[in-house]
Design a protein around this ligand. Structure first.
Ligand code: SF4
Length: 114
């Protein structure tokens, strides 16, 4: 199965196939759009391909619309949280490696001719 066929397969099982597409692409996130978003998320909550839909949106940097039950703001918050977690993990790894680096940093990097 090709990637295109795989993408077509999950789309054919989407719970939103018969829903109003405007629900999934509100023009704002306030006022009447809040009700649209809530309705779209309710449809997504019962969708059997929610995970595939969200993975598609994340891998294609979808900046508009409801995908996998998430708004663009939800996805942006998630990306920020993952970046912070990755930075914290990198900082923790660097701190853990610190004593080794400190011990080796006192050594000459290469032999100096006498
Ligand atoms: S998760 Fe929501 S937007 Fe994605 S296919 Fe299902 S119903 Fe449609």
């Amino acid at each position: 199965m090709t990637a295109t066929e795989s993408a077509a397969n999950w789309r054919s099982a989407a719970a939103c196939l018969s829903a109003d597409p405007d629900l999934f692409f509100p023009i704002s996130n306030t006022g009447p759009a809040e009700r649209q978003i809530a309705r779209a998320k309710t449809i997504c909550a019962g969708c059997g391909v929610r995970r595939e839909c969200l993975e598609f949106a994340l891998s294609h940097d979808q900046v508009y619309g409801i995908w996998g039950g998430t708004t663009p703001e939800d996805r942006q918050r998630d990306r920020r949280r993952k970046r912070r977690a990755a930075a914290a993990a990198a900082a923790a790894a660097a701190a853990a490696a610190g004593p080794k680096r400190a011990a080796s940093s006192g050594q000459p990097k290469r032999a100096v001719p006498v």
